[in-house]
Design a binder for this molecule. Structure first.
Ligand SMILES: [Cu+2]
Length: 158
């Protein structure tokens, strides 16, 4: 006789459990952002050897997954431009690579074989602002410097 209320109660508890799951920290935790490593820009035939998107904004703890859409590319942090105390990183050619960024800051990186061709990118973690003078002072291939100058332009005008 009493069975139905019990079933309802069970269903209610089950519902609560499901609700609890959907609000668990796992679903609110780090995001993964994808950056493609490309030999040719999908829309611009004049643009070769590039990361897409070139600039990404993420939050501390987020992960960037570098995907070798085209082969023969990698990612490597650029010495002298990394935030103080951050660890350098370097991936293997043509292999997917994930990097977690735990601390707010500006993280410029390059493709080792195509640095001279200006294959560089920028990860902005949190609300860090780039030190433009630091980029200007850094010795790097002319085409890489030109790319960074373009990427940093929005910050100059702020
Ligand atoms: Cu490359």
């Amino acid at each position: 006789m009493d069975q139905q209320p019990i079933l309802f109660r069970l269903a209610f508890l089950f519902g609560l459990a499901l609700l609890g799951l959907s609000f668990s920290p796992a679903s609110a935790s780090a995001e993964t952002v994808i950056v493609k490593m490309l030999s040719n820009h999908p829309d611009n035939p004049r643009s070769r050897n590039l990361f897409l998107p070139q600039v990404i904004h993420i939050q501390p703890g987020d992960v960037v997954r570098f995907v070798p859409t085209d082969p023969s590319h990698n990612v490597e942090s650029i010495e002298g431009l990394m935030p103080e105390g951050s660890e350098k990183f370097k991936s293997k050619l043509s292999v997917e690579y994930e990097q977690t960024f735990d601390k707010a800051g500006i993280y410029p990186y390059k493709c080792t074989p195509h640095y001279a061709m200006g294959m560089v990118g920028l990860v902005i973690v949190g609300d860090a602002k780039p030190d433009i003078e630091l980029f200007k002072a850094k010795k790097m291939p002319r085409r890489a410097a030109k790319k960074f100058k373009k990427m940093l332009k929005p910050f100059k005008e702020q």
